[in-house]
Structure formats: C-alpha cells, structure tokens
Design a binder for this molecule. Structure first.
Ligand code: PGA
Length: 254
C-alpha cells in the first residue's frame, strides 16, 4: 500500500527551543506507527540537524526541508542547495508551496529545476500544487492543477515518479480556517491520480501518495484522510500544537 503521511510544515515559526519542546512532546506521545505510515517535519533550515537527531530516534519520524535552491552550487547568496541537504542526510524537501510561488515568484519552470536538483541528490520532493479562490469560483480548478502537474512533473521518467509525494493545497484553504470538504478533496485527488495514470499508467499513479493541505486539524483529519485517494495531510497551523499534530498522525489510514 502506498505511504500514508502526516507532514508538518512549520513555515517561519518557532525558536529552536520552542521547536525542540514541540518535538519532544510529540515523540513522548509514543504513537504506534504502522509500516506504511510516516510523520514528516518540515522545519526551518537552521533546525534541520538538531531536529533530525530527534526524529532519528522515533520510528517513521522524518525531518524535511521546506525549500531548496534551483541551482547546484556557487554564487547564490542565502540559498541552500540539495547537495547541502543531502550532506546532512535529509531525505525530503517541500517544493512549490503556494507561499513560495506567490511571494518568491517560483514558476512551474523554476520548480522543474528544483525537482531535478532534489532527485539528483537523492532527495524526495513533496510537490505542492493548488488553485487560488478565483480559479475555484470559475470551476476551472481541474485544468489549473493539471497544468501545474504537466509543467513541473511530466518531464520525469516512470521510475522517478513512482512513489512520488504530491500535496494538493487549495490556496483559499491555507491558513484561512476554510477547509475543502472531504468530497472536494477526494474529487481533486482522484483527478490528480487520473492525470498521472493517463501519463504514466494506473499502477504508477496508484503508488503516488497524494496529501491534502489547507486548515487540516485534529477535528477534521479522520474524515479527510479516510477518503480513498487522500493519503494524509500537509499541515501548517495545527502542526505547531503538539496534541493537535499527534491526533492528526493518529488519523492516518492504516
Ligand atoms: P495550514 O497550512 O494548515 O495552516 O492551512 C497548510 C500549508 O500551508 O501547508
């Protein structure tokens, strides 16, 4: 069965001490993780090494980066390369979060370079896609998402897309308290799987984990995650509260 993932996205929040306290509380909950389940923590760059030393001790807990450079190395002040992330044994990196697309002008073409960098350095991308409110209101969200997938992922080989992780995050639901209904999430996730199946075949499409993101919390996680094509969540605000995120991890399908 494909992986079921609860991924925390701390964004630009918490001091080092606050982050450690949060992690320790979550680890102490001693969640019984199944083989196909993972709890991923995308933390700010300066915390990666210390956070990894915590997640390495807990079964199926993994530390991830929130971003990476589109270039390999060189004169790019302030950037962090995939080679650097690999050198500290990071395994996952978020790519294409809507906040990166919106505030840092990351286009689908820039994301291709980041994805290629990640794969060349043995990092697994968690590729984010999602439509703004106007697109949803115009009911053109399916075409919008298909374009994002086509422009950023369709250069990949079957081998590269197998076991990939995609996060569908409708922008109107991020940090707004508005959540897509479980039916809206399921419909889009089925559409994404269908787009992948048309390009790569059904078997490969079935191996891809598709996470839902946008105001996931303990109170709605079970319902959203129970949808057949929803394989967990990418969680912002609620991932900063230990007991919320513990419940979210426990809501993953077995
Ligand atoms: P949210 O953020 O859970 O606070 O809506 C989700 C995300 O941006 O990944």
């Amino acid at each position: 069965m494909r992986k079921q993932i609860a991924a925390a996205n701390w964004k630009m929040n918490l001091t080092l001490a606050q982050g450690e306290e949060l992690m320790n509380e979550i680890v102490q909950a001693n969640i019984n993780m199944e083989k196909n389940q993972e709890a991923i923590f995308a933390v700010p760059f300066p915390y990666l090494i210390t956070n990894k030393s915590i997640t390495d001790k807990a079964k199926n807990f993994i530390t991830a980066a929130q971003n990476c450079a589109s270039e390999n190395s060189g004169a790019y002040t302030g950037e962090v390369s995939c080679q650097m992330l690999q050198s500290i044994n990071i395994k996952y990196v978020l790519i294409g979060h809507s906040e990166r697309r919106e505030y840092y002008n990351e286009t689908n073409q820039v994301l291709v370079k980041k994805i290629n960098q990640a794969l060349q350095n043995n990092l697994k991308p968690i590729f984010c896609c999602g439509e703004p409110l106007l697109v949803r209101q115009a009911e053109t969200q399916n075409a919008h998402i298909e374009m994002q997938l086509q422009e950023s992922l369709f250069h990949l080989s079957t081998e590269q897309i197998k076991d990939f992780v995609i996060a569908y995050e409708p922008i109107w639901a991020i940090g707004t308290g508005l959540t897509a209904s479980s039916a809206q999430a399921q419909n889009m996730h089925a559409h994404i799987r269908n787009v992948l199946a048309n390009k790569y075949g059904q078997e490969i499409a079935n191996s891809v984990s598709i996470l839902y993101g946008g105001s996931v919390k303990a109170a709605n996680a079970v319902e959203i995650f129970s949808q057949p094509d929803v394989d967990g969540g990418l969680v912002g605000g609620a991932s900063l509260v230990a007991n919320e995120f513990v419940e979210i991890i426990k809501s993953l399908k077995k």
